[in-house]
Design a protein around this ligand. Structure first.
Ligand code: SDX
Length: 389
C-alpha cells in the first residue's frame, strides 16, 4: 500500500504508522474493518466473528469460528485472587477507575509466562483479554451494586453471558432476552475498532516500549475515559437529561454556538468524520429496534435526541463545521434501555474496543517497530546562565 503521507522517519513515532486493520474516510463517512463496511458487518456478522477478523485479517471459516468461540468461552473466568483488588475501592468509585486498576492487575496473573516475541503467546494474550474483560466489567458493576460477582456460564453466547454476569444473582438466574443480547452484541461490534484514535494510539505507544499487552490495554482504558473520547457516551446521556424537554433544545444549541462560553454538544463532532459517523446510523437503527421491542418508542430521552439531531444537522453552524452525531450519540439510550447505568457506559465502550486495541498492538509487535517518541516543538526560554550570587 502506498505511504499515505511522506514523513521524516526520525520524526514520526511508532504509534503513528501504517496499519491494515481499519480504514476511515472522514469526508465520505466510510468505515472498513479489513475492507468490510461496518454496516455489512453489523447486519451479517457478530461481535466475536468481527474480533477474529480484526485480529487475523480474514473472516473465519465455520470451523475456525467454532474453535475461536470455544477458546474465548473457556477463558472467561478470572483468577480468584483478582476479586481481592475490588475491596480496596469505595463502592461508589467511578467504574472506570476500578477498570483501570483491575485490567492493569491482569499483568500480575497472566503475563509472567508470556513472551511477546512469540506470535502464539501474543494471540493467547489477545484471547485472554477478549475473554476476561467482560467478566471484569460485570464485576465492576456488581461491586458498585453491593451484589456478589456472578461466574460466567459456558452455555451462553458472549453477549448473553455478559448480561447474565451483569444482571443475574445467585438467588435468581433469569433467561436473557434475545433482543437485549443482540443489541449488546451490536454495541460491542460497533465499538470494536476505529483506526488510531487517542486510546488506540496510547496502546500502540505503550506497546512500542515492550510493555506487556495487559498493561498496554490498561493504558488505553485510561485514555478512553476522557469526555472528549470514550467518556462522551456517559456525557451524552447526562446532557439529554439536563436538556430535559424538547422545548429546551434551542437554548442548548445556542450555547454550543456561543464563542464566549463554548459548550460542546456531547455526541456531536469527530476528529475525522466531517460527515455522519457510519456507526451512528447503525446505532440509531438499533436504538429504534430495541426501544420498539421494549415498548419504549416514546422514551423521552429518545425524543430529545431525535429532535436535537434534526435541529443540529439542519443548522448552518454545525453543517459548516462538519458536526454530525457520532458513535456515542445514540449508544447511551440503548444501554439505558438495557438497564445499564450511565457511569458504566465507558466501561462498555472499553469492553467493545478491546479487540481493536489488541489487534493494533499485535500488528505493531508482529512487524519491525521502534519505541514511539513523539517529537515536540519547543516554545520555551532560550539558553541562559544561572545568575551569579
Ligand atoms: C470518540 O478518534 C476517534 O476515532 C474517536 C472515536 C473512536 O471510536 O475511538 O470515534 C470515539 O471519541 C467519538 C467522539 C466522542 N466525543 C464527543 O462526542 C464529545 C463532543 N465532541 C467534541 O468534543 C469534538 O467534536 C471532538 C473532540 C470529538 C473533536 O474535537 P475537535 O477535533 O477539536 O473538533 P474540530 O476541530 O473538528 O472542531 C471544529 C469546530 C470548532 O469550532 P471553531 O473553532 O471552528 O469555531 O467545531 C466546534 C469546535 O469548537 N465543535 C463543536 C463540537 N465539536 C467541535 N461545537 C459544539 N459541539 C461540539 N460537539
Amino acid at each position: 500500500s502506498k505511504n499515505l503521507f511522506t514523513y521524516d522517519p526520525g520524526f514520526v513515532s511508532t504509534a503513528a504508522c501504517e496499519s491494515k486493520i481499519t480504514f476511515i474516510d472522514g469526508a465520505k463517512g466510510i468505515l472498513l474493518h479489513r475492507g468490510y463496511p461496518i454496516d455489512q458487518l453489523a447486519e451479517k456478522s457478530d461481535y466475536l466473528e468481527t474480533c477474529f477478523l480484526l485480529l487475523h485479517g480474514e473472516l473465519p471459516t465455520a470451523e475456525e469460528k467454532e474453535v475461536f468461540v470455544n477458546t474465548i468461552k473457556n477463558h472467561t473466568m478470572v483468577h480468584e485472587q483478582l476479586n481481592h483488588f475490588f475491596n480496596g475501592f469505595r463502592r461508589d468509585a467511578h467504574p472506570m477507575a476500578i477498570m483501570c486498576g483491575v485490567v492493569g492487575a491482569l499483568s500480575a496473573f497472566y503475563h509472567d509466562s508470556m513472551d511477546i516475541s512469540n506470535p502464539e503467546h501474543r494471540i493467547i494474550s489477545a484471547h485472554r483479554l477478549i475473554a476476561k474483560i467482560p467478566t471484569l466489567a460485570a464485576m465492576v458493576y456488581k461491586y458498585s451494586m453491593g451484589q456478589p460477582f456472578m461466574y460466567p456460564r459456558n452455555d451462553l453466547n458472549y453477549s448473553e453471558n455478559f448480561l447474565h454476569m451483569m444482571f443475574n444473582t445467585p438467588c435468581e438466574e433469569k433467561a436473557i432476552s434475545p433482543v437485549l443480547s443482540k443489541a449488546m452484541d451490536r454495541i460491542f461490534l460497533l465499538h470494536a475498532d476505529h483506526e488510531q484514535n487517542a486510546s488506540t494510539s496510547t496502546v500502540r505507544l505503550a506497546g512500542s516500549t515492550g510493555a506487556n499487552p495487559f498493561a498496554c490495554i490498561a493504558s488505553g482504558i485510561a485514555a478512553l475515559w476522557g469526555p472528549a473520547h470514550g467518556g462522551a457516551n456517559e456525557a451524552v446521556l447526562n446532557m439529554l437529561e439536563e436538556i430535559g424537554d424538547v422545548s429546551n433544545i434551542d437554548t442548548f444549541v445556542a450555547k454550543a454556538k456561543d464563542k464566549e462560553d463554548p459548550f460542546r454538544l456531547m455526541g456531536f463532532g469527530h476528529r475525522v468524520y466531517k460527515n455522519f459517523d457510519p456507526r451512528a446510523k447503525v446505532m440509531k437503527q438499533t436504538c429504534d429496534e430495541v426501544l420498539a421491542e421494549l415498548g419504549m418508542e416514546n422514551d423521552p430521552l429518545l425524543k430529545i435526541a431525535l429532535k436535537l439531531e434534526k435541529i443540529a444537522t439542519e443548522d448552518e453552524y454545525f453543517i459548516k463545521r462538519g458536526l454530525y452525531p457520532n458513535v456515542d450519540f445514540y449508544s447511551g439510550i440503548i444501554l439505558k434501555a438495557i438497564g445499564i447505568p450511565s457511569e458504566m457506559f465507558t466501561v462498555i465502550f472499553a469492553t467493545g474496543r478491546t479487540p481493536g486495541w489488541i489487534a493494533h498492538w499485535n500488528e505493531m509487535i508482529s512487524n519491525d517497530y521502534r519505541i514511539g517518541r513523539p517529537r515536540q516543538l519547543y516554545t520555551g526560554s532560550p539558553k541562559r546562565d544561572y545568575p551569579s550570587k
